[in-house]
Design a protein around this ligand. Structure first.
Ligand SMILES: [Zn+2]
Length: 74
């Protein structure tokens, strides 16, 4: 098991791997799965978008904490 720098992103990729685990570019042989990068990107968007939206909504609906007014009238 050896590591070779990816020709595209420069990341060290195992020669046992068919593609670069970082950018999806085939570490060996000819480029054959550029779509892998796009699928990974699309999946990242699909998975990440709800998270981003949730964070934005959380920030938007975040009310300033109201200090509890304790009025004890005796
Ligand atoms: Zn790469």
């Amino acid at each position: 098991m050896a590591l070779e720098p990816c020709k595209v992103c420069g990341s060290l990729t195992s020669t046992n791997e068919e593609i670069c685990m970082i950018c999806g570019y085939p570490a060996q042989g000819r480029p054959k799965s550029v779509w892998f990068k796009w699928i990974a990107l699309i999946l990242a968007v699909i998975i990440g978008l709800p998270v981003v939206i949730g964070v934005i909504q959380t920030m938007g609906t975040k009310d300033t904490p109201v200090p509890p007014l304790i009025e004890e009238v005796n």
